[in-house]
Structure formats: C-alpha cells, structure tokens
Design a protein around this ligand. Sequence first.
Ligand code: NAG
Ligand code: NAG
Ligand code: NAG
Ligand code: NAG
Ligand code: NAG
Ligand code: NAG
Length: 306
Amino acid sequence: MKNFCTFLAFLFLLIVSVRSDIIQDSCDEAAKGDPNVKSDFCVASLRANPKSKTAATTEDLVPIAIEDAIATATATSSTISKLLQNTSLENFTRSCLEDCSELYSDAGSNLQSGGEAFKSKDFGTANADISAALDAPDTCEDGFKEKPELVSPLTKENQDMFQLTVIPLAFINMEIPVSHVTNLQGLAVVAMELALQNATNNISMIKELLLNNKTLSPSSLGCLSDCSLLYSDGVVKLVDAVGAFLTGHYANADAWVSAVMEGTATCEKGFQEMEEASPLTKENYSIFQLCDVALCIMNLVAFDVY
Ligand SMILES: *[C@@H]1O[C@H](CO)[C@@H](O)[C@H](O)[C@H]1NC(C)=O
Ligand SMILES: *[C@@H]1O[C@H](CO)[C@@H](O)[C@H](O)[C@H]1NC(C)=O
Ligand SMILES: *[C@@H]1O[C@H](CO)[C@@H](O)[C@H](O)[C@H]1NC(C)=O
Ligand SMILES: *[C@@H]1O[C@H](CO)[C@@H](O)[C@H](O)[C@H]1NC(C)=O
Ligand SMILES: *[C@@H]1O[C@H](CO)[C@@H](O)[C@H](O)[C@H]1NC(C)=O
Ligand SMILES: *[C@@H]1O[C@H](CO)[C@@H](O)[C@H](O)[C@H]1NC(C)=O
C-alpha cells in the first residue's frame, strides 16, 4: 500500500512536469475558446512579465494578465496626453483624442475592479468589468473613422489593448479552472464514493447472509451482525468524510476514512478470533484499498494547499 501511494505521488509529479508549460497551455486553450485571442501574442505578453514564472495554474495567470492590461491602459493614457499637447491639432482630432483619454481611464478602473472581483472569486463581476474595459480600444479607434481623411494615431495601442484585455477575460471564462488540486480533489471524492458504494452493497450482502444462510455457525452469525453494524457505521462515516473533505476539513476527512478502515478490519478480526472463515475478506480488501487511495490523495491535496 505504501508502494501504491508512492506510485500515485510519482504519477502526480509526472502529470505536473509533462504539463509544466502552463502559459502555452492556457493561451492555446483560450485561443481555442475565443477567436479574438491570438495564442502567440498571449504567450509573449505573459512571458514578458516575470511574475508569470511562478504561475502554476491558469487561475494564477489571470491577475498577471490583468496587470499587463492595466499597464498598457496607463501607458496609452500618457501617449494620448502627449498627443494632446500638439497645439496644431484639428478640432475633430482633438475631440477624438479626448474621448480616447476618458475611455482608457475608465478601462483602467474597470480592469482594477475586475481584478479585485476575481480575487474574491466573484467571476460574474470580474467578467462584466473586464468586458466593459474591452470596449475602450474599439470605441477609441471608431472615433477616428468618422472622418475618412483622418488616420488614427492610436491604431497600434488600440490593437494591443484589445488583445491584452481579451486574454484575462478568456481565462476567466474557461469554465473549469485547470488546477491540479481540483483534479486531485475530484479523484479523492471518487475513491470515497466507490468505497461508499461497495460498503452499501456489502451491507445488503451481509443482511442476506444473516437471513438466508443456514450453513453459517452461530459464532459466524454473531460476527456477521457485528460486521453489519460496522459496515453501516462505515457508510455514515464515508458520507461525513466526503462532506468534510469538500469543505476543506482534511484532518476530519482523514479521521473518518481511517475509522472506516478500522471498521472493516475489526469485522475481519471478529472471524479470525472465532477461527471462522470470513465471508467478507474480499469486501474488507476492496474497501480497505479504496480508502487507502482516498487517504493518499487527500494527503497530496492537503500538502498542495498548505
Ligand atoms: C501636430 O498635429 C499636426 C496635425 O495633425 C501634425 O501634422 C503634426 O505632425 C503634429 N506635431 C507633432 C509634434 O506631433
Ligand atoms: C476649433 O475650436 C476652437 C476652440 O474651441 C474654436 O475657436 C474654433 O473656431 C474651432 N475651429 C473650427 C474649424 O471649428
Ligand atoms: C467495489 O470496488 C471495486 C474497486 O476495488 C470496484 O471496481 C467495484 O465497482 C466496486 N463495487 C461496487 C458495487 O461499488
Ligand atoms: C453460506 O456461507 C458459506 C460460508 O461463508 C458460503 O460458502 C456459502 O456460499 C453461503 N451460501 C449462500 C447461499 O450464501
Ligand atoms: C461487496 O464489495 C465487493 C468489492 O469490495 C464487491 O465485489 C461485491 O460485489 C460487493 N457485494 C455486493 C453484494 O454487491
Ligand atoms: C483488510 O484488507 C487489507 C488489504 O486491503 C489487509 O491489509 C488487512 O489485513 C485486512 N484486514 C484484516 C483484519 O484481514
């Protein structure tokens, strides 16, 4: 069983190392889901930010992408201020630039509040705020198009701003955050649920043996009714363990699952003490193993979280 746990840990490390290029993977997935995202631009812009080196998940990349977009909004605002210093600007051009200045200032605030909403896991607000920021570059560019003879002095800035804003938006919208912790949590729950199913099924088997098997000795029947209680108790404990685990109470979940294993072992020992063959050896074995897998994964998750 120790070996199995080592194997799982190894598998986990393997998965992490194979999928270590989180920037490339996240940008590719974002580009797949949103045709506005250009994967190359996405990768290049994220790599340019040194903070991205420590990112382990797409979720980690969101604040970095937002930060990049805010930096571009700020830089574009100062570019616009400089352009406005030109005293020989046409009135229309000046008014377009003034509109852009306001748009970029609002975009900066929207990105800021979107980033804060994301931090507090309010993905709906984060999506709405960042979508609002996405309007700025298009609206700014469209202003200059109203007079066909005008050439926008901000085309490059507007294109970059659009690209940089669409990246965090696409990341937020990727429905399931790509997180190894989340995947492991799912595995642990699956293992506990399998153990639960086995235990539940085995209770009906025990009850059937108790009722219908006339060849069992009285001492075996005594052990079986003890086992029936132990397995029923195990079912309750497994349900509690799943609940504790899902709410992050890893120590409690660990204790419940361990108690289930003790229960099936106690059942087996009952038969051993009576020197009777246990009809539940296979059941103990399966539940014991499933619980052990669950414990092993739970320890990995707890380790990853702290
Ligand atoms: C100022 O604006 C005019 C008219 O758009 C333009 O021709 C000129 O090159 C600008 N000057 C500077 C320093 O940007
Ligand atoms: C441009 O704006 C200035 C100040 O607002 C105004 O005095 C001038 O008449 C305007 N020029 C044109 C061509 O509209
Ligand atoms: C019992 O556990 C085994 C794995 O050990 C699983 O393959 C099987 O489907 C489970 N049986 C039930 C009835 O849940
Ligand atoms: C009754 O129990 C014995 C011993 O565990 C077992 O070998 C036999 O298959 C059982 N019979 C039925 C009908 O379950
Ligand atoms: C009890 O669980 C074992 C696996 O642990 C499974 O093979 C067996 O079918 C279960 N018993 C019943 C009656 O489903
Ligand atoms: C229950 O099964 C496990 C293997 O899954 C085994 O290590 C343990 O000794 C068994 N318990 C008893 C009392 O037989």
